[in-house]
Design a protein around this ligand. Structure first.
Ligand SMILES: [Zn+2]
Length: 81
C-alpha cells in the first residue's frame, strides 16, 4: 500500500474556519491567470490547495476580476491519469 492509497482512505475536512464538513473538492489558485480552480478532491494534500466541502465549493467567491473554473465530476471519470 503506497502513500497515495493511504491519503485516499483518510477523510479530509473542509479547510474553512469553523467548518467541519467532509471535503469533497480541492480549490487551487492560479495567481498568474487570476483563476480559481475547483476540482475533485486531490489525491494528495496539495501545499497550495484548499479542501472544501460541497457547500463551500458552491458558495465560493473570488476577488473582482478573477474567474472560477469548475471541474464537475462529470468531466472526471475517476480513472488515474
Ligand atoms: Zn465547508
Amino acid at each position: 500500500m503506497d502513500s497515495n492509497t493511504l491519503a485516499l482512505m483518510k477523510k479530509r475536512q473542509c479547510s474553512r474556519v469553523a467548518c467541519s464538513a467532509e471535503a469533497v473538492s480541492t480549490l487551487t489558485y492560479d495567481y498568474a491567470d487570476s483563476l480559481a480552480v475547483i476540482g475533485p478532491l486531490s489525491f494528495v494534500v496539495e501545499p497550495h490547495g484548499y479542501d472544501l466541502c460541497s457547500r463551500h465549493s458552491t458558495s465560493l467567491s473570488v476577488p473582482k476580476g478573477w474567474l472560477i473554473m469548475r471541474h464537475t465530476p462529470h468531466d472526471f471519470d475517476g480513472s488515474p491519469a
